[in-house]
Ligand binder design. Structure first.
Ligand SMILES: Nc1ncnc2c1ncn2[C@@H]1O[C@H](COP(=O)(O)OP(=O)(O)OP(=O)(O)O)[C@@H](O)[C@H]1O
Length: 706
């Protein structure tokens, strides 16, 4: 039954031709999460008990989705939640320290009558003028009554100073700045409290770790012009942080890799004190001098990131996170899980408003899920990638392929060109001719497109009833559409680079599958890029007699590869010296005088890994014994010092490469057989030990007859 899963009949527990026959999936996000039951239960329990949690896992396994689903649930269970409002008020004693208050329950704005006595106003121009007149009158009166010229002189000096002072004040008031901008000026409107945030239901606030302002809040600076206008009092310039908006709810911080250390310190303080003051984040702005009182922020913290990102978190913060939850990136390939994958396909179609999918296309998606999981008995849970493939297959089904886009663009280009015709061409006439021509070709194109899509032409449409046309017009995402996404690799950069590399380079590669047997020449298998594709590598060994015996590696840069080839060299020498191999050697071999050269021919990219160990070992044995190797196979497999062939990665990509290059056989480690998804078109030989495969790879004439 397991072997048949790809042929169709046992793929899903439900029979259908297209997904539009299947029941609608649940609209609740929590029911839409597949394959992460364990993690989901822990997150739910953490949130219920107000414990902090850290979600770790590969990209696109559903970390954000899980938090959103939890948010949806808490929103609905907010019956015991008391709404609150956060207000900012001016601090008349110290304007740079505005007061932020949390008001529980429903907040109603009070219309406060502000007495002028509450406000300290700067002297007005009129006051200064009256003061000046009075001062002049008093001075002249005094001057009249004072006969002593010395006293007169003093008074005259004081008057000049007073006049000068008054002049400066008037000058500054009129020309330098407005009254409102003077340091202590407060208009009655500026005394009104400002509502910073109204929270009516248990909040789930999301912020990216790198967005410091969004996360911790800020005080806007007071630029000349712009907003806020010059002279806006500090309490009106406060921006609340996500950390405060999440009070009594959940704060979800993603992208922890990008969280600066000082932000981690602030979060730590907030977790400990359950409140955090806001001050201006930009040290060069006027906001930096403002600091509020500590504002309540009692939240449950959920953070997420990829596994390696955890290294960016400071130990004291990590220590305060109760649950560290690792999400799975694969699930077992059982019928129950394939049904879940089908549920995911239907969800994606519904959530993204896509066309329905045929049964065959769904089967292909399962196959891709296996390929991305790297094994036949696993299905990937990196579902964003699958979702992208489904969306792109939908676009292709709608006829939006790359060629169409280029055609559309060149049509626009043609129209633009016609706009810039030489002056002697009658543009209007040309346009009308082009219009007629375009109409004719458009009709043809329409008919052709319609026929391709629905089997009926646009002109034929008149012959069918509305219901029949609707049925025929329906677009389905088919297997071909899914395959064209996968084959072009448009969902992955590394895959495209690998495809491009192979497309350009393959024709220059000196790979001759199924050639006559050759000494020291063997074909190994590799995978290019992390999401890459398989490739065949020609490995050649040459041995020369020398006084400096040793093994030299060519084209090898990776450390692991270097070590594995040292192992292969040692093991091959051991086999040859012991003479236990079932191979006829032509002559006695003096291993002490052999210098071994191993070349990974035409491999210009960085090579690493140990999956070529078995191939290299066979190649050295062949060269030492001068026995030709068959050329109809490619081989992959790591080796241990006892000659056991060990499992490798990317087996399916490697098998595909051997198939594509036209090899008849491929030898893989026996332990990798569980991973093989598609064995059609090539003979797969599982191997446990090196000795076991010797009769299969060397020419029969070279084998000892026991
Ligand atoms: N377990 C899942 N069940 C159903 N759909 C999923 C699941 N995981 C991912 N998806 C699909 O992939 C999309 C992206 O998932 P999400 O953003 O939650 O991934 P993530 O783990 O937060 O990724 P990243 O680490 O890149 O932020 C979802 O909107 C959904 O369509």
């Amino acid at each position: 039954m397991k072997n048949n899963i790809l042929k169709g009949e046992y793929m899903f527990s439900i029979k259908f031709k297209t997904t539009d026959e299947l029941p609608e999936p649940s609209p609740r996000l929590i029911d839409q999460i597949i394959g992460q039951d364990e993690a989901l239960n822990i997150v739910l329990s953490a949130v219920k008990n107000k414990r902090h949690a850290l979600l770790l896992g590969d990209p696109g396994v559903g970390k954000s989705m899980m938090v959103k689903a939890v948010g949806e649930l808490i929103e609905k269970s907010s019956t015991d939640f008391k709404p609150y409002t956060i207000l900012a008020k001016p601090n008349l004693k110290n304007p740079e320290k505005p007061i932020v208050e949390l008001v529980e329950g429903h907040y109603e704005e009070k219309v406060e009558i502000i007495k002028p006595s509450m406000v300290r106003q700067p002297p007005s121009i009129l006051t200064i003028l009256i003061f000046m007149i009075a001062f002049t009158a008093i001075t002249s009166y005094l001057m009249k009554g004072l006969p002593d010229s010395k006293v007169l002189g003093i008074i005259a000096t004081v008057s000049i100073v007073a006049f000068a002072l008054a002049f400066v004040i008037i000058f500054l008031t009129v020309f330098g700045a407005t009254k409102g901008s003077m340091s202590n000026a407060v208009s009655p409107m500026d005394l009104k409290p400002v509502v910073l945030y109204e929270c009516k239901k248990r909040p789930l606030v999301r912020a990216s770790a790198y967005n410091v302002t969004k996360l911790l809040g800020d005080v806007k600076h007071c630029p000349l012009g712009g907003k806020p206008p010059l002279g806006t009092p500090p309490h009106k310039r406060i921006i609340l942080g996500a950390i405060h908006e999440a009070h009594k709810g959940i704060l979800y911080v993603d992208e922890i890799k990008t969280m600066p250390p000082e932000v981690q310190d602030y979060i730590l303080t907030a977790l400990q004190d359950k409140c955090l003051a806001i001050s201006g984040r930009n040290p060069n702005s006027s906001g930096a001098t403002v600091e509020t009182n500590p504002i309540p922020c009692d939240f449950t913290l959920i953070m997420s990131g990829n596994m390696d990102d955890v290294n960016n978190l400071r130990a004291p913060l990590l220590d305060r996170i109760d649950y560290k939850i690792v999400l799975k990136n694969k699930m077992e390939n059982t019928q129950e899980n394939r049904d879940k994958l089908l549920q995911f396909i239907i969800q994606e179609i519904r959530n993204n408003n896509l066309h329905p999918m045929t049964y065959e296309a769904c089967c292909e998606i399962v196959k891709i899920a296996q390929l991305l999981a790297g094994s036949k008995d696993r299905l990937t849970l990196r579902l964003r990638r699958l979702s992208n493939i489904i969306k792109m297959a939908n676009d292709i089904a709608m006829g939006k392929n790359i060629k169409d886009i280029i055609n559309e663009m060149s049509e626009e280009e043609n129209i633009k060109k016609s706009e810039t015709l030489p002056v002697n061409v009658d543009k209007d006439k040309l346009k009308s001719i082009m219009g007629v021509l375009n109409k004719i070709t458009e009709k043809d194109k329409e008919n052709k497109e319609e026929k391709e899509k629905t089997g009926i032409t646009a002109t034929d449409k008149t012959k069918y009833s509305k219901k029949e046309i609707k049925e025929k017009e329906k677009i389905y995402i088919d297997r071909e559409h899914v395959l064209s996404v996968v084959n072009t690799g448009i969902y992955s950069m590394t895959k495209q680079v690998a495809i491009d590399y192979l497309r350009n380079f393959k024709r220059y590669k000196n790979i001759v599958p199924n050639d006559s047997p050759k000494v020291g020449v063997i074909y190994g298998l590799a995978v290019l890029g992390s999401d890459g594709i398989g490739d065949v590598t020609k490995i050649i060994t040459q041995i020369v007699d020398s006084k400096n015996p040793g093994t030299h590696l060519l084209n090898i840069t990776g450390d692991l590869a270097k070590h594995s080839i040292t192992l292969a060299s040692a093991l091959s020498k051991k086999y040859v010296s012991e003479g236990k191999l079932p191979l006829k050697s032509e002559e006695e071999i003096d291993l002490n005088s052999k210098e071994i050269y191993i070349q990974f021919s035409q491999s210009y990219s960085k090579i690493d890994g140990d999956s070529a160990t078995a191939a290299v070992c066979l190649s050295i044995i062949s060269s030492l014994l001068k026995i030709p190797l068959k050329q109809d196979f490619a081989i992959t497999g790591s080796l241990d010092l006892n000659g056991n062939i060990l499992a490798i990665g990317g087996v399916n990509e490697k098998i595909n490469a051997a198939k594509e290059y036209g090899f008849k056989r491929v030898i893989i480690p026996e332990s990798n057989m569980i991973d093989v998804i598609d064995s059609e078109g090539i003979t797969i030989i599982p191997a446990k030990t090196l000795e076991e495969i010797i009769p299969l790879v060397f020419e029969n004439t070279s084998l000892k007859s026991n």
